[in-house]
Write a protein of this length. Structure first.
Length: 212
């Protein structure tokens, strides 16, 4: 969380040279109140503001960005494209698809908890006579894989009970159009794309684009 409260670099997304632009106000306020880090301005129209280049895309920024301030119209979609489907799991699926994967994760969690009981007996709480009734402080385990599994389960359960990210975006009725700014120069770009049809169906597709 240090980068959130003490960022060394901030990208302000939604800046344009147009007079009255809200992004300009954010940049001006940060400068006026003495922000000591690096400010990056981002906007699809590009250009220059306050002596800084306005990058057309966050991906064009050459350095690491600790924090982003995003000011875009209400009917704007922020779309993340990945080279592997697993990288955006489980946000980019329907809730119904989560159950079999959640079951597998919970089986893995149970196996890891058994290993923790064998390897870290100091985590057992109290002096219960019967092992099956004993309580364990699994959250204090040094097993990194166990904590990774727990985080994945929590994320999947949130998507199951509250809807995944794409379901929430779709139900909001926002973003009828998606715009993408291609990189400059020749490149090969792979996309994983979620497709929704008018009947409520959802599917995946992947596309490779050659830019020349």
């Amino acid at each position: 969380m240090r980068e959130f409260f003490y960022p060394q670099s901030v990208a302000v997304v939604g800046v344009s040279p147009r007079p009255g632009n809200l992004g300009q106000g954010i940049v001006g306020n940060m400068t006026r109140f003495g922000f000591k880090g690096i400010l990056y301005e981002v906007g699809p129209s590009g250009g220059i503001f306050a002596g800084r280049r306005i990058y057309r895309s966050v991906s064009d920024i050459p350095d690491k960005v600790d924090l982003a301030v995003i000011l875009t119209p209400a009917r704007t979609a922020i779309v993340q494209c990945y080279t592997e489907r697993e990288e955006c799991w489980p946000d980019c699926i329907k809730s119904a698809e989560i159950l079999p994967h959640l079951r597998e994760l919970k089986e893995s969690q149970a196996a890891l908890e058994a290993a923790i009981r064998a390897d870290e007996p100091n985590l057992r709480e109290g002096s219960t006579l019967f092992d099956e009734y004993a309580e364990w402080s699994y959250e204090n385990s040094g097993n990194r894989e166990y904590h990774r599994i727990r985080r994945a389960i929590a994320k999947m359960e949130h998507g199951l009970y509250h809807g995944t990210k794409f379901e929430r975006i779709r139900s909001a009725g926002e973003a009828p159009k998606v715009e993408w700014t291609p990189p400059e120069g020749p490149a090969t770009v792979d996309f994983w794309i979620v497709v929704h049809d008018g009947r409520g169906g959802t599917d995946w597709t992947t596309r490779r684009i050659e830019l020349r």
